[in-house]
Ligand binder design. Structure first.
Ligand SMILES: NC(=O)c1ccc[n+]([C@@H]2O[C@H](COP(=O)([O-])OP(=O)(O)OC[C@H]3O[C@@H](n4cnc5c(N)ncnc54)[C@H](O)[C@@H]3O)[C@@H](O)[C@H]2O)c1
Length: 267
């Protein structure tokens, strides 16, 4: 399915690590819908090499940037402006990592330096992406900025640990910076709250498979796939959603509004 929804648009897509990554699917669809894209990821992720395959498929280039580094982000934008021949239309923030989860530290015994690092990578980087672009004035009128979130920002999922607070912060940045972007350039800023998805980041959470199955049963439409998330994201980059901003948008098969599901109880 391709409808040329992003024909003539240019944008930066972060977070494609391998073909399971949600960002990978978004990059493929953005390209199929006619967008010119630039891929970015942390230098360490580039060493794994898979992203070059995506770059070839989508006729794009890869520019390394650690999302916690202002210098890296500014250089990413400078290089992008040069390659695009000017400003661009959309940015995808698809970045998340919890050090405490990765190192098996329980939420009740968290290491605070790691927590701060987690916030820096998973949430403050979103503010940095937006602030650097704001200062460079490099997003076109009616552009679109999207980050990926999870419902643990609103509800308790014990094994999601400090990522819950990261997502709460991320969603708050979308609202707060969304105001400034709207006033400056009619640029919209939203977060998509996505179903559990089988990716490297997702599988890092303890008991992920069991939780994935539970969410699938709890959601009347079933878990939204990474592919479906990419379709939704494309609509947010397109001109069909120009007045949607400062929102956290659930893309979860109905999970967020469920109370009880007979499927979960086996009734
Ligand atoms: N998988 C899920 O269940 C799920 C559900 C809801 C939301 N999300 C969110 O979707 C986004 C993408 O995750 P994914 O599930 O596709 O997993 P993924 O592991 O494929 O992607 C995470 C990406 O973050 C990148 N990253 C980590 N540290 C970085 C840094 N310092 N600088 C730049 N990039 C860095 C990684 O290299 C990787 O590409 C994340 O924000 C995640 O929290 C995932």
């Amino acid at each position: 399915m391709s409808n040329g929804l992003l024909k003539g648009k240019k944008g930066i897509i972060s977070g494609a690590l391998d073909s399971n990554s949600i960002a990978w699917k978004i990059a493929e669809k953005a390209h199929a819908e006619g967008a010119e894209i630039i891929l970015t990821n942390a230098p360490v992720a580039l060493r794994m090499g898979a992203i070059n395959e995506l770059a070839e498929k989508t006729n794009s280039v890869v520019i390394a940037a650690d999302a916690t580094s202002l210098d890296d982000i500014n250089s990413l934008y400078d290089q992008s402006i040069e390659r695009f021949g000017g400003s661009f239309d959309f940015i995808l923030h698809s970045i998340g990592m919890s050090i405490n989860v990765r190192k098996n530290k329980p939420y009740t015994g968290i290491k605070y330096e790691w927590m701060q690092k987690t916030f820096d990578i998973s949430a403050i980087s979103f503010h940095k992406f937006m602030q650097c672009a704001y200062e460079k004035d490099c997003i076109n009128e009616w552009g679109s900025i999207v980050a990926l979130s999870y419902i643990a920002a609103q509800r308790t999922f014990p094994d999601y640990s400090e990522m819950a607070e990261s997502k709460a912060l991320l969603e708050s940045f979308a609202r707060s910076f969304g105001y400034h972007w709207a006033k400056k350039k009619h640029v919209r800023v939203n977060t998509i709250s996505q179903s559990p998805t089988m990716t490297t980041a997702g599988k890092g959470v303890k008991g992920f498979q069991e939780f994935f199955d539970y969410a699938d049963k709890m959601s009347p439409l079933g878990n939204a796939t990474g592919d479906a998330c990419a379709d939704y994201c494309i609509s947010l980059f397109s001109d069909y959603t120009k007045y949607v901003t400062m929102q956290n948008l659930y893309h979860d098969g109905g999970f967020s509004n469920m109370g009880m599901s007979p499927d979960v109880l086996g009734l």
